[in-house]
Write a protein that binds this ligand. Structure first.
Ligand code: IVH
Length: 675
């Protein structure tokens, strides 16, 4: 492709991808599949690599992140970022309306044209952000900070797919728009699941998680966290309308995500109805809100009302009370997580709270129990706040039964009886018996076989449970000793599924070292860290014998991880398990191809792999292609450079390759491309 056509293609692709981002993340109406989207994105990434000088500053490729910001630049806000006054009751709201009308000289009966037009909005519970657009391009994103100056987090913000990098329609030349960045419940739960998986304490609530994410230095990690953003406030000399509602609707037409629940209300009675509705309906939203924001719609009226030192007189936040009920605490049970963390759980007399019956609530840890002095038999206050699981916030001491004993936290594991430990500075108790405590052992195995680890999907958690109970699986190495005959007597295990399982176990032996390293479950070693370690040390032997100093040289490895790696390998049980896995043929070092990684020999080439191979597995070939700068694709098209064809290549693929004139090469020819 010559440079002119490349330029043209880069423009078309960028525009198309932004439109698809908008369809998916703002409208929630995608028109192409994820696969097709990824193909277009890949094409753009390739072109930008080839012609870096042609890459657009706000290219959709920026959404993937990858840029690291060591320190965020402090930026002065052009318009101070004020906060809102809070109100908590209908009376407060009526007072607000009275003050507004007095301020505007509309003191007569509201039935006679004295009612004010208000805009009601959800009060999103996240962190505020100011976005500046010049000529339709996002140029800067700044956090609130102290209201006068904030941090420039533009690279991180560009990874949020619902924030347009380029506007459409008839937008002003320059303006600022403010809104709230937040984590939807689903994204929040996914982050905590991943944290649990590698033995890290869960994040307290979506708001903290969102603001923690915005402070991260690696925008690649931010991109994976699936933040979202609603916009609600326009600033600038050239905004098109004199009314707030009209301006946010205009912003919607330029591509911003404006909540569909933003509503124009005539007079305070309509406002109160809106509040009443959302006080209940908020629990059905897929994200947290902590109240409602009411704004005077007309800018001239806003101007007349003006500001106090801290907040506008023309707006008010109505904060929801966290719904609270009191009920009896019947007992406390203790759950053992897969990493050995103990969570105390309150078993309650069932009670209705925020539309659902609550029977259990989290008690978090020993400190909280101590602080609240919760006792069995107490009447406790249960609240549903920002967190998804209800929590106990206090005790009604007036109802405490005379005989209630002070709660003694357990000292031994409820599952295996081992004495619990508590690491310095941590709130949680742990059961240290990681290789003998049932939920921990089963949890380790579930992690080991997971898709991102050894990918033995035929071994589900129910089968693990059965095999564990039958005494056939005591640790991850036992998986490779399983025989088909042992499986057949299990519940719901037919000949075919048994064979599938055995085959799945067998092919997992080809899983590359980095994933094996993730699979064995060293505390704090997640997927990315495992990859970085594997690439650096190249084999488990080197890793086992690395000093702390050597470990700390690896990207992403700090004191905690280094310590955890040492602890893992100094355990004789782990050494034995690794020895057994190695004897079974698992990959404990980088493959030859990975060792010579990092060449650009296949740069610009796209491969489709088809058929069965003798010298290396498909997985290995895929990896070699990537490591040498090439691309893998699932289907043959005009852009395919080669089909790497093994035995029994599918006839459809063969036909397609021939009709498009794509060259077929065999294993040896492929390997000679590399040498
Ligand atoms: S308007 C001068 N609208 O709540 C007007 N704020 O307690 C400034 N917030 O700092 C804000 N949803 O971070 C506005 N629909 C909404 C909001 C909202 C959430 C946050 C925002 C603000 C804080 C004020």
């Amino acid at each position: 492709m010559d440079i002119t056509s490349a330029k043209h293609r880069i423009h078309t692709l960028s525009a198309e991808l932004e439109q698809h981002n908008y369809n998916y993340y703002v409208l929630d109406k995608p028109t192409i599949s994820d696969y097709e989207f990824d193909k277009l994105l890949e094409e753009l990434i390739d072109l930008e690599k080839k012609y870096p000088e042609l890459a657009l500053p706000n290219s959709p490729t920026q959404r993937v992140g990858g840029q690291v910001t060591k320190e965020f630049k402090a930026v002065q806000h052009k318009y101070a970022m004020l906060s809102l006054s809070n109100s908590y009751s209908v009376e407060d709201m009526l007072d607000f309306d009275r003050r507004v009308r007095e301020g505007l000289g509309l003191t007569g009966n509201t039935l006679f044209g004295n009612a004010v037009d208000y805009v009601c909005e959800l009060k999103f519970d996240g962190l505020s952000i100011g976005l500046t657009y010049v000529d339709g391009e996002l140029v800067q994103a700044v956090t609130r900070g102290d209201g006068v100056q904030g941090d420039d987090v533009t690279t991180n913000v560009k990874t949020i797919r619902s924030i347009p990098l380029k506007l459409k329609g008839n937008y002003p030349k320059e303006f600022e728009i403010r809104g709230e960045i937040f984590l939807p419940h689903k994204a929040f739960e996914a982050i905590n699941k991943e944290r649990e998986d590698i033995g890290e304490p869960p994040l307290a609530n979506p708001r903290n998680a969102a603001s923690g994410t915005m402070k991260m230095q690696d925008s690649g990690v931010v991109a994976k966290r699936k933040l979202d953003c609603y916009l609600y406030h326009m600033l600038g000399d050239q905004v098109p309308h004199q009314k707030h509602y009209d301006n946010v609707m205009a912003a919607k037409s330029w591509g911003f995500k404006i909540s569909e629940h933003t509503t124009l209300c005539h007079g305070i009675d309509e406002v109160l109805k809106y509040i009443e509705h959302w006080d209940k309906a908020r629990y059905k939203l897929p994200f947290d809100i902590d109240g409602i924001v009411i704004k005077v719609n007309d800018y001239r009226q806003q101007q007349n009302l003006g500001f106090t030192a801290k907040s506008p007189r023309w707006a008010m936040a109505y904060k929801f009370k966290a719904e609270q009920v009191s009920t009896e605490l019947q007992s406390i049970s203790y759950q053992v997580g897969r990493t050995g963390a103990i969570t105390p759980v309150a078993n309650l007399k069932p009670v209705l709270l925020a539309g659902t019956t609550v029977k259990r609530a989290s008690l978090h840890n020993a400190d909280i129990i101590e602080k609240l002095d919760v006792r069995i038999g107490d009447h406790v206050y249960v609240e549903k706040g920002g967190e998804i699981i209800p929590k106990i916030v206090g005790v009604d001491l007036s109802k405490r039964p005379a005989h209630a004993h002070k709660t003694k936290y357990i000292t031994h594991c409820p599952e295996c009886g081992t004495e619990l430990i508590r690491h310095e500075g941590e709130a949680q108790h742990y059961c240290p018996n990681e290789d003998g405590c049932a939920p921990q052992v089963k949890g380790k195995m579930e992690h080991f076989v997971a898709r991102k680890a050894m990918n033995i999907d035929s071994l589900g958690s129910e089968t693990i449970e059965q095999l564990y109970d039958a005494g056939l699986l005591k640790n991850i190495a036992d998986i490779y000793d399983l025989q088909k005959e042992q499986l057949l007597p299990l519940d719901r295990m037919a000949e075919k599924s048994a064979q599938n399982l055995i085959d799945g176990i067998e092919s997992s032996k080809q899983v590359p070292f980095e994933r094996v390293l993730f699979a064995i479950g060293i505390r704090h070693v997640g997927e990315t860290t495992a990859k970085k370690i594997a690439r650096k040390v190249k084999s488990i032997d080197v890793l086992m014998h690395s000093t702390t100093g050597q470990l700390l040289e690896i990207d992403e490895v700090g004191e905690i991880i280094a310590k955890s790696i040492h602890a893992y390998f100094s355990d004789p049980h782990h050494k034995k398990v690794i020895q057994r896995l190695r004897a079974k043929g698992l990959q404990f070092e980088l493959s030859e191809s990975q060792q010579q990684a990092g060449t650009e020999k296949l740069k610009g080439l796209t491969f489709v792999i088809s058929g069965v191979f003798n010298k290396h597995s498909r997985e290995q070939y895929k990896e070699m292609i990537e490591l040498n700068g090439g691309k893998n694709s699932g289907s043959i098209s005009g852009k395919t450079s080669y089909v790497l064809a093994g035995e029994n290549m599918g006839p459809e693929k063969l036909k397609k390759a021939q009709s498009l004139g794509v060259k077929l090469i065999n294993e040896d020819e492929f390997l000679s491309l590399l040498n």
